[in-house]
Design a protein around this ligand. Structure first.
Ligand SMILES: NC(=O)C1=CN([C@@H]2O[C@H](COP(=O)(O)OP(=O)(O)OC[C@H]3O[C@@H](n4cnc5c(N)ncnc54)[C@H](OP(=O)(O)O)[C@@H]3O)[C@@H](O)[C@H]2O)[C@@H](O)CC1
Ligand SMILES: Nc1ncnc2c1ncn2[C@@H]1O[C@H](COP(=O)(O)OP(=O)(O)O)[C@@H](O)[C@H]1O
Ligand SMILES: [K+]
Length: 496
């Protein structure tokens, strides 16, 4: 699991180490240089003679870049520091100069700056880190735009300049890095939506901050090993009821396919049983495609309500009221989201699954500001309803209904998923995980992760169009790839 922290958390954590004179910047710079070397070799063939431009701001972020630049200069690279402000990290500048590097004071994207950036093999962005304020001067924006236009590899130090380290909000001209080398702890903003196009790969440099960081990170991201650990795998003593029954209450005369998609997501994610409740015509369509679905309502551990329903459909409000019960477990999607009223209190094992437009409409209905950035919006919706909120998008966010400031952020998805019905499949997958007994926030993050991976698999690694049903059909292959080892153990024991 990746855990990420606010800029303030990181400042607090580094304080005792700085007070104890731990040479954090030297360590950060050495690690940064080590990560730049392979990029330089890849781009320029060899390090000696390669061209490195450091973009250097006034603070310690610039210091990191300057000391790293000195390392690279000692390895034979031609290193020029482009200074963006009057102030400069003096010791870093002296180290670079001792190692044979040069300094250029930029005035916006002046001729020399533009030429240096155009000719560079590697640009190291050390303008602003966790001390950066979001507003960029026109001069700085012009320098960053020139860096983004450069054919060079771009490595951001700690945080790409122009991206808010805590919220992920990004200026238009914020640095677009191929790699962000982040110091001491992953910054929350690096995992949040606005930053996604700017951070590239994120590589964490361990500086010994961990014991000083808060026990609750601001943002978590599940990784492959978490999926392996958390995904419910049946044991020898399991049967269909112990695995979990999920009821689908989705699909209507106008949108019957939503019922098929939601039921397929649930079935392919491994529900013990999928039940359907809804109009007979939709039920028949589901059964024609998925004979394993049980066409009668009955006991279940989770219910998925709302995909393919118009907000006026009485099933929506009935579903919301059903899930307001203290022990309710389920998903409210699409039409059912419009049936939530101010004052409704849902438990955190109920997950709301809006896309951005639905989230904004729900916020409005609940008298919340609707134009908040996604991370705040998800949190405020969770706070106002008590439910866990899964906010869909390129980066999918999950806010815990019991602790709305705690977020999961999953970014496995591909833009090919932006096609009708893929959200219905997600609701079904999530219903199965809830029915298996996973807590709301974890089930939501896990569902988003596997749904995103299934989208990548269904689009052949992001190279071909997919249709929503493909996403459901690719869930087993995704799980085989992840769980392979874990399941073999069970199978070989059973077969012995
Ligand atoms: N965490 C760790 O363990 C370690 C952290 N380390 C490194 O330290 C970095 C943090 O350094 P930092 O505190 O000096 O802040 P930094 O980001 O360089 O910028 C502050 C300066 O920029 C200025 N400024 C701000 N916004 C601006 C704007 N929009 N446009 C123009 N100027 C602006 C601001 O001015 P002011 O706000 O005072 O007006 C101030 O002068 C961190 O990201 C990491 O790289 C490692 O060295 C060691 C281990
Ligand atoms: N640009 C994108 N990149 C990655 N994933 C995306 C993108 N656009 C949409 N998605 C994903 O596709 C799904 C769409 O869901 P939704 O909008 O509810 O569709 P529908 O209501 O038609 O089923 C979500 O899981 C969302 O995260
Ligand atoms: K930076």
């Amino acid at each position: 699991m990746i855990t990420a922290y606010t800029a303030e958390d990181v400042r607090r954590a580094e304080r005792p180490l700085l007070d104890a004179d731990v040479p954090l910047m030297q360590r950060a710079a050495a690690a940064l240089a080590a990560r730049c070397l392979p990029l330089l070799r890849e781009r320029a063939g060899t390090v000696p003679g390669s061209r490195v431009v450091l973009l250097v701001g006034p603070g310690s972020n610039g210091g990191d870049a300057l000391f790293a630049g000195a390392h690279l200069a000692r390895r034979g690279a031609a290193v020029t520091a482009v200074q963006t402000e009057a102030a400069l990290h003096d010791a870093g500048a002296a180290a670079l100069s001792r190692a044979g590097g040069c300094l250029h004071r930029a005035r916006g994207a002046d001729e020399q700056t533009a030429r240096l950036l155009g000719d560079a093999d590697l640009v190291v962005d050390g303008v602003l880190g966790i001390g950066g304020r979001p507003e960029l001067s026109d001069e700085l924006a012009a320098i960053l735009a020139a860096a983004n236009a450069s054919p060079a590899s771009v490595v951001a130090v700690d945080v790409p300049t122009g991206v808010d380290a805590t919220t992920g909000e990004a200026a238009d001209d914020a640095v677009r890095a191929e790699l962000t080398v982040t110091m001491g702890a992953v910054k929350a903003g690096l995992l949040l939506p606005g930053a996604a196009a700017h951070v590239g790969r994120v590589d964490l440099v361990d500086l010994g901050l961990a014991p000083h960081l808060p026990s609750e990170p601001a943002v978590r991201r599940l990784e492959t090993e978490d999926v392996r650990e958390l995904w419910p795998v049946p044991g020898p003593a399991d049967q269909k009821y112990s695995r979990g029954v999920v009821t689908i209450d989705a699909g209507s005369a106008d949108f019957p396919g939503a019922g098929v998609l939601s039921a397929s997501g649930a079935a392919r994610a491994g529900a013990g049983m999928v039940r359907y409740r809804g109009p007979a015509a939709v039920r028949d369509m589901i059964l024609a495609r998925r004979p394993e679905v049980v066409g009668a309502d009955g006991r279940h551990q989770a219910v998925v309500i709302g995909s393919g329903l118009s907000p006026e459909d009485p099933r929506c409000r009935r579903g919301v009221e059903e899930l307001c019960a203290e022990d309710a477990v389920g998903v409210l999607d699409a039409g059912a989201l419009s049936a939530i009223r101010p004052g409704d209190r849902l438990p955190s094992h109920v997950v709301l699954t809006p896309h951005a437009g639905e989230a904004a409409r729900l916020a409005e209905a609940l008298d919340l500001p609707s134009s908040l950035p996604p991370a705040r919006l998800a949190g405020e919706l969770a706070r106002a309803t008590g439910a866990t909120v899964l906010l869909k998008g390129e980066v999918t966010l999950v806010a815990d209904g019991d602790a709305p400031d705690r977020l999961y952020s999953q970014a496995e998805a591909t833009p090919w998923l932006g096609t009708a019905g893929t959200g219905d499949v997600l609701g079904g997958i999530l219903g199965t995980l809830l029915a298996a007994g996973l807590p709301g926030p974890l089930a939501a993050a896990l569902a988003a992760s596997v749904h995103g991976r299934a989208g990548v698999a269904a689009s052949r690694g992001g190279t071909a169009p997919l249709v929503a049903l493909d996403v459901a059909e690719h869930v087993p292959a995704v799980l085989t790839a992840i769980l392979g080892g874990a399941i073999t153990t069970v199978a070989s024991r059973g077969g012995a």
